[in-house]
Design a protein around this ligand. Structure first.
Ligand SMILES: NC(=O)c1ccc[n+]([C@@H]2O[C@H](COP(=O)([O-])OP(=O)(O)OC[C@H]3O[C@@H](n4cnc5c(N)ncnc54)[C@H](O)[C@@H]3O)[C@@H](O)[C@H]2O)c1
Length: 281
């Protein structure tokens, strides 16, 4: 089914990511049914709560799964989704690191694939679309069309790798950030300021490759690689300690006095302002 105003979407798992997807789907006029066993479930305006996963997906055109990041959980859940959802329903997983081939062995995975967002998906445009070994080309095309119809920016990744692309890039930077704080080079707040005042602004407009190509001036990427690149190659990047307790306490000291909702609202406001500024220029 072509995505559109009449589509029905089931959101399975309504934690941080599921609730944000539900909000986005409802804002685009889709019928949204949520299933989650949590006792404190509160859903965004215009979203229905289903009594079970089977009921949520019964007449769904699209299912967006956002349960715990646990292989056994996803195996059991996707077996149920394949059984209970209509034959035409596309079954998308928000999984951050587990490729869909791992949880579709022994079941029909032709309409199962990863639709991995960045938090919060109602604001951040990227969705990594990652087919598994069984996923049909038609399912990939439908996933891309679905996310585009919601104003998202889908990128299809053709080879499964744990963590996909975005989280692998993030993990590389986070690892060095943890090391620098642990070594006492910089505080958590100052490290965040280094990123938000430089790399974050740069990377909101040009990716690492175009940024480097421009960094080389008229000589482009080649000049940068031969000139500054050599000094960077000599850097020995650090390995953070395996026990993160001191680091956790340092981050909690930095940000723990503000509420989650105040921090999340400020984040949404600032990110939307950056997106607006980028779109207007
Ligand atoms: N948090 C992030 O930044 C982020 C970003 C992108 C993708 N993801 C991925 O999205 C998924 C969800 O992550 P999250 O951060 O929202 O986790 P979360 O812990 O906030 O939410 C998980 C939800 O699943 C529910 N759940 C448990 N068993 C269930 C069942 N049988 N049926 C339906 N719901 C059930 C839980 O009650 C909970 O509300 C994970 O696969 C994660 O890797 C997370």
């Amino acid at each position: 089914m072509t995505p559109g105003k009449n589509a029905t979407v089931a959101v399975v798992g309504a934690g941080v990511i599921g609730l944000s997807w539900a909000r986005l789907f409802a804002e685009h006029g889709l019928t949204v049914r949520v299933a989650d066993p949590r006792a404190d479930l509160v859903v965004p305006d215009g979203v229905e709560v289903a009594p079970s996963v089977a009921e949520a997906v019964r007449d769904a055109d699209f299912v967006q799964e956002n349960g715990p990041e646990d292989l056994e959980f996803k195996k059991t859940l996707f077996a149920e989704l394949v059984r209970e959802a209509p034959a035409h329903a596309l079954l998308l997983s928000s999984s951050s690191a587990i490729p869909s081939t791992a949880f579709t062995r022994g079941i029909d995975g032709s309409r199962v694939l990863i639709g991995h967002p960045f938090n919060p998906p109602h604001v951040i445009p990227l969705v990594e679309v990652v087919p598994g070994e069984q996923t049909s080309e038609e399912s990939v095309d439908r996933a891309v069309a679905f996310y585009r119809s919601l104003g998202r920016t889908p990128v299809v990744e053709r080879k499964e790798i744990p963590g996909f692309v975005g989280n692998r890039l993030q993990a590389a930077l986070s690892r060095e950030a943890a090391y620098l704080v642990e070594q006492g080079v910089v505080t958590p707040q100052d490290l965040d300021t280094v990123v938000t005042s430089s790399l974050g602004i740069r990377w909101a407009t040009v990716g690492p490759f175009l940024g480097a190509h421009l960094g080389g001036g008229p000589g482009g990427y080649r000049h940068l690689a031969e000139h500054i690149g050599k000094s960077m190659q000599g850097l020995r990047l650090g390995t953070p300690s395996p026990d993160p307790e001191r680091l956790i306490r340092a981050v909690e000291d930095a940000y723990g006095s503000s509420t989650y909702s105040a921090l999340a609202e400020a984040r949404d406001r600032k990110q939307l302002a950056v997106l607006t500024a980028v779109e207007e220029n």
